[in-house]
Design a protein around this ligand. Structure first.
Ligand SMILES: [Zn+2]
Ligand SMILES: [Zn+2]
Length: 441
């Protein structure tokens, strides 16, 4: 049985209006990359659209997010752009950390880095209360990497000292896109996280499952796990050690369109860095409301694929090392998250620990056949951003802007009445809906 937004949220026709969360609930996408800052490329190839001001506008107005994380604040160019917005009075530092843009959007500065475990690289993201801590973190990284100003620098550093540095600056960390075959911890570097973390921190920084009490009884390790597009909580909770970690859903967006394709809903009294940290990790306010993300079957690394002929490979075929369709050998295979979790899971079913929030599926407008960019933008601007369209608007609201057929489609997706062609090997899956009078839209 699929979970639906309105089971935890109300159906959008409540007093707060379309797309609005219950008071105190914040939609946050913590993993967004910058393409260019100060006119210089931060990421290559980069989307020229991904400047800091454009990201903020897209997140607030096109998507309807309440908070975001910019994960390239290791780059001095990105920090300079943020500084400029602070000087202009558009961006203000908040009590409790974080920055507020136009009094509405909470911005959490962060840095994604590539580190390795026994020669196998994976990505880790660190988040900080403010620019000052980002600068200090960057200075700490600088001697250990070739170019700290570019996105996701590879750092040659002992992971323990890196994680402890994040803690000492009041930050928290997350294992990025944990299951993806390239640069995800479980995808390429390890089959268990706890022993590595225990070595790195000197203790095991786990939550007491389901506990809303202070985190880890006085420990000081704050680390979450980002699910990535091809996994959901049910898949990840098949690895029992992960029951002790909060799960983040984030977009890893490199273009404005992809912002908020996955996001986390957190409860905070007031939006701030400390609010985010304590709702994830502890204190009296630990309260994560939901993970929202695309159906993992649509993720581009969901299934294992033969890179030569494109056929899907089940766990058996992968283990045999020969593609049953074309005879290609394992070096051509791209392992999928589904088969990877099958391989390393210790639980048959993804039983959730108490307190694990619901995972709510969504299909971003850009992945819905029959909805082009013009319709998508008209809908988003009329109905409180893409999030409002997908989760908070009524059939009437949508049909008034884009017609009955589009409204039928979005309602069908919301209700889980859709079919999927799975994704894999770097290609996204496809979705179609069952509508009256037509097989496909
Ligand atoms: Zn990454
Ligand atoms: Zn990233």
């Amino acid at each position: 049985m699929r979970r639906h937004w309105w089971q935890s949220y109300g159906n959008g026709s409540d007093a707060e209006g379309p797309g609005k969360c219950i008071s105190g609930e914040y939609r946050i996408d913590l993993h967004i990359h910058v393409g260019k800052a100060c006119g210089k490329p931060v990421k290559i190839p980069s989307s020229c659209d991904m400047t800091v001001p454009r990201i903020l506008e897209a997140a607030l107005y096109d998507k309807g997010l309440d908070a975001l994380g910019i994960v390239d604040c290791n780059s001095r160019w990105v920090v300079a752009d943020l500084d400029e917005l602070i000087q202009a009075g558009d961006l203000k530092e908040v009590e409790g950390g974080g920055l507020l843009w136009r009094k509405k959007l909470l911005v959490i500065p962060g840095a994604e880095v590539e580190i390795d475990k026994d020669g196998r690289p994976f990505h880790l993201v660190a988040f900080f209360p403010g620019i000052v801590q980002c600068r200090e973190f960057t200075a700490f990284l600088m001697p250990h990497c070739a170019n700290v100003n570019m996105s996701t620098p590879r750092v040659n550093i002992d992971p323990g000292s890196l994680l402890r540095k994040v803690e000492s600056l009041g930050g928290f960390s997350a294992i990025a896109h944990a299951f993806t075959p390239y640069k995800g911890y479980f995808g390429s570097a390890g089959t268990r996280l706890s022993p590595w973390l225990e070595r790195a921190y000197g203790f095991l920084p786990m939550l007491e499952p389901g506990s809303y009490s202070p985190f880890g009884k006085g420990t000081t390790g704050h680390i979450a796990l980002e699910l990535g597009l091809s996994a959901d909580t049910t898949m990840a909770d098949r690895i029992s050690e992960l029951h002790g970690f909060p799960f983040l859903s984030s977009s890893d967006a490199h273009s404005p369109q992809r912002i908020a394709r996955e996001f986390t809903v957190l409860y905070m009294e007031l939006p701030s860095f400390e609010g985010v940290k304590s709702s994830l990790f502890g204190g009296s306010m630990r309260f994560q409301v939901a993970n929202v993300g695309i159906d993992p079957r649509l993720g581009k690394y969901h299934r294992s694929v033969c890179g030569k002929c494109g056929s899907f490979l089940d766990s058996q075929a992968y283990a045999n090392g020969t593609c049953p369709a074309c005879g290609a050998k394992r070096p051509h295979f791209v392992k999928g998250v589904k088969e990877r979790i099958d391989e390393i899971a210790d639980l048959e079913e993804g039983n959730h620990p108490p307190g694990r929030p619901p995972y709510i599926y969504q299909v971003p407008l850009s992945m819905i056949p029959g909805i082009g960019p013009v319709t998508a933008s008209r809908l988003s601007h009329a109905l409180g951003g893409e999030i409002g369209v997908l989760h908070g608007s009524s059939h009437d609201d949508i049909s008034r802007v884009a017609g009955v057929r589009v409204a039928d489609t979005i309602m069908a997706l919301r209700a889980g009445r859709y079919g999927v062609k799975e994704g894999g090997g770097g290609r996204y899956g496809e979705v179609w809906t069952y509508l009256p009078h037509s097989k496909h839209i």
